[in-house]
Design a protein around this ligand. Structure first.
Ligand code: PLP
Length: 478
């Protein structure tokens, strides 16, 4: 298996090379030469790590099975995940949820970001690369926390995180600005996520900056969801979820629908790859919040990112320029659309039948939290609630089984979750609400958050978008 860029650079690279580079030199994203189509699906008796090895050995063919197992075992062990199931499938009275938030930072980003540092350090050894990797990443919240946890104090790396100053939750921000680790920098940007992401891409490709840091033994890499080392690990849990459905009594071969709360299009794209590999998925339901550029596209065939940006209570989905969409457009081999995607904000492209799109307003998201808790006794976070609201809107077809991907723990968003359940919680702040949530669910506050409020602030810096480049250089040479 080799990889090439979506934008025409056809130099074939190994997976290890793409994992180190992150973004292609022509500004495109790396894609596999072909999506593999194995003869057989993995055994439903496999545990999570066995599913991971099965999926990854089809993509990361330049890694030995021993190298892959080493990475997988280091990523999904008890130090990082609070359950041996890793991603448990929870059947509620209403619908099944695949909980992807049992890692260190309680969001689905941990599924790939607990693995990426291992894949990357192994790749550096394999390719004989001795440069210090500067992991340069823009975050809408969860990626930042998760990447920091994954890369802190990893030898041979530095990590620089940019987050939109007013676009992440109180808890997420507190988590990032108190992050320990000798190799970490966390910087607030006075702008939104799309501003931060596009400036990061520019700095990444800036010839002068690259030349300077390269002579000093540094090079850029990315922990954003454009990295193939994030995309492939996300394919795993689609297969794993299917195996859990079979264990729960479903007939092998039955089609399922996945409902995916979508922002940068990384998670749902992994589902598309799983489908093309032969997993019996009928439809991938793209759930958007009020920044509904993607659900509108799947609904109408018109992709239009020239629209107002809303700050919502599902901040990890507040994205109008979804990076990974480029991989889908490339896979559909629509050359005109690909050119339009990079040059224009608006274009049309026939909608592939694999997807449908639905969006939820803020009010619908809040109602979804309330309904799931009061009717079904299951507490969901705002992102998962957007997906649940989309699931409710989709006309249900009883021959299909639905699985909602649950992307964050409700503990990450106490204010939105608790005030959706009752307005009596309005008067409390986020930290007090962690306690209230613990009382309500009769569960302990996750240890990660227990002492968050009293931690020392280590990263107070904020910059304008125009100051990001200097901030990067300062961090590299600090
Ligand atoms: C990142 C994130 C999403 C969006 O996933 P994409 O892969 O960017 O589409 C949804 N929910 C949560 C909680 C997230 O952290």
């Amino acid at each position: 298996m080799t990889y090439t860029s979506t934008r025409g650079d056809t130099t074939p690279l190994t997976s290890a090379e793409t994992i180190v580079r992150g973004l292609a030199l022509d500004g495109g994203l790396y894609v596999p030469s072909a999506i593999p189509t194995p003869d057989k699906l993995p055994s439903s008796a496999y545990d999570y790590n066995e599913h991971a090895l099965w999926v990854m050995s089809h993509y990361f063919t330049d890694y030995t099975p021993e190298e892959l197992s080493g990475c997988i075992n280091a990523a999904y062990g008890a130090e990082n995940f609070d359950t041996p199931a890793v991603a448990p499938l929870v059947q509620t009275p209403s619908v099944a949820f695949l909980e992807l938030f049992h890692g260190r930072t309680l969001a689905f980003k941990d599924m790939a970001l607990s693995l990426l540092p291992h894949l990357m350090t192994t790749a550096l050894k394999k390719t004989g690369n001795k440069n210090t990797q500067v992991i340069l990443t823009a975050t809408s919240g969860d990626t930042g926390v998760s990447a920091l946890e994954g890369f802190k104090d990893v030898p041979g790396t530095k990590i620089i995180i940019f987050y939109p100053q007013d676009g992440v939750s109180v808890i997420q921000k507190q988590h990032m600005i108190t992050q320990t680790g000798k190799n970490v920098s966390v910087i607030g940007v006075r702008g939104n996520f799309d501003d931060a992401q596009s400036e990061v891409k520019k700095i990444f490709l800036d010839k002068e900056v690259n030349a300077k840091i390269n002579t000093d033994g540094y090079e850029f890499s990315s922990a954003n969801s454009i990295n193939t080392g994030r995309l492939v690990p996300q394919i795993v849990y689609y297969f794993y979820a299917y195996s859990q459905m079979i264990k729960g009594g479903m007939t092998r071969g039955d089609a399922v629908d996945f409902v995916v709360p979508t922002g940068n299009f990384g998670n749902i794209l992994a589902g598309y790859y799983a489908k093309k590999m032969g997993l019996p998925i009928s439809t991938l339901v793209c759930a958007s919040n009020e920044n509904r550029v993607l659900s509108d596209y799947f609904d109408t065939g018109v992709f239009d990112s020239d629209r107002p940006f809303y700050v919502t209570d599902s901040p990890s989905m507040d994205i109008l320029v979804p990076s990974n969409f480029e991989r889908l457009v490339h896979d559909l081999a629509d050359k005109a659309a690909l050119q339009n995607l990079t040059e224009k904000k608006k274009f049309t492209m026939p909608v592939p039948s694999d997807f449908v799109g639905y969006y939820a307003t803020e009010k619908e998201m809040r109602e979804a939290i309330k309904t799931m808790f009061t009717k079904h006794g299951y507490l969901i976070d705002p992102h998962t609630a957007v997906a649940y609201a989309a699931y409710v809107k989709k006309s249900t077809d009883s021959t299909k089984k639905d699985i909602i991907l649950s992307t964050a723990s409700p503990y990450k968003f106490p204010k939105t979750v608790m005030t959706s359940i009752s307005d009596k919680y309005e008067k409390y702040d986020d930290f007090a609400l962690l306690e209230k949530m613990s009382e309500l669910t009769k569960r302990n506050i996750p240890t990660q958050f227990a002492d968050l409020q009293s931690k020392e602030i280590l990263h107070p810096t904020t910059v304008d978008v125009s100051g990001m480049k200097d901030a990067v250089l300062n961090s590299v040479y600090s």
